[in-house]
Design a protein around this ligand. Structure first.
Ligand code: PGA
Length: 255
């Protein structure tokens, strides 16, 4: 296996985004995941972001080595927002982080960068870590607009004050999500390097330390290669995070 050489001072994060998948019977998968982690001790932080309905139940398992996160939150602390959940509520339920600005939310609910930024502020207000997603569509990539798009999303979605402890970026090309397609290594490297430069320009040392995850069809077969790319500091995993077997296969890159 190739030697890891990417940004050694940053501890990687591998986060599983269960999306709208998972009921009580899937709790066994997190149990299995936790026992594999405690046996093999990956050199990465591991997180599962289940549907909000499972958060308290997962937290009650008190599993060592698996942090929990939410998948979205409202910008306000509380109020008349039927169906929404605040960052503070997710924190109380056991979350340490919240994914914000996922492309499915941007597409399904028309979330703008401004709306995403308000949510990031809410996550920080609650004392948690925001995992902020950016990524281009296939049309934008074909038009040569990838870097312009992701840099604009980054600019618009991040509040003025962010530190490495509370801010993680996830580069997720929209066309790679759930499609089985992944960008080439050179394409991943190009985007992650542009994101790193933008983060350093804006947040200095903190920007140099922020984790930049790659997401979009990460699976056991491609994880090692992707995780070795410079400035790739972990992964945001959808489909392959639903079973302990596949998720552990991805974590192999860090065992
Ligand atoms: P995928 O999803 O791994 O199923 O492509 C990634 C994501 O949407 O975070």
């Amino acid at each position: 296996m190739a030697k890891r050489q990417s940004t050694p001072k940053i501890k990687a994060l591998v986060a599983g985004n269960w999306k709208m998948n998972g009921i009580g019977k899937q709790l066994g998968e997190v149990r299995k995941l936790a026992s594999a982690i405690n046996r093999k001790k990956p050199n990465a932080d591991v997180m599962i972001c289940p549907p909000a309905t499972l958060l308290t139940r997962m937290a009650a398992l008190k599993l060592k080595g698996v942090a929990l996160g939410g998948q979205d939150c409202h910008a306000d602390i509380e109020g008349a927002h039927t169906g929404d959940i605040s960052a503070e509520m997710l924190k109380e339920a056991g979350a340490k982080a919240v994914i914000v600005g996922h492309s499915e939310r941007r597409a399904d609910y028309g979330e703008s960068d401004k709306a995403v930024r308000a949510k990031v502020e809410a996550v920080h207000r609650a004392g948690m870590m925001a995992i902020i997603c950016v990524g281009e569509s296939l049309k934008q990539r074909r038009a040569g607009e990838t870097l312009k798009i992701v840099k604009a999303q980054l600019r618009g979605s991040l509040p003025a004050v962010c530190i490495a402890k509370n801010t993680v970026i996830a580069y997720e090309p929209v066309w790679a999500i759930g499609s089985g397609l992944t960008p080439t290594i050179a394409q991943v490297e190009e985007v992650h390097s542009a994101l790193r430069s933008a983060l350093v320009r804006r947040f200095d040392d903190e920007g140099a330390k922020m984790r930049i995850l790659y997401g979009g069809s990460v699976k056991p077969a491609n994880a090692n290669e992707l995780m070795l790319v410079p400035n790739v500091n972990g992964a945001l995993v959808g489909g392959a995070s639903l079973t302990a077997k596949d998720f552990c296969g991805i974590l192999e890159a860090y065992f």
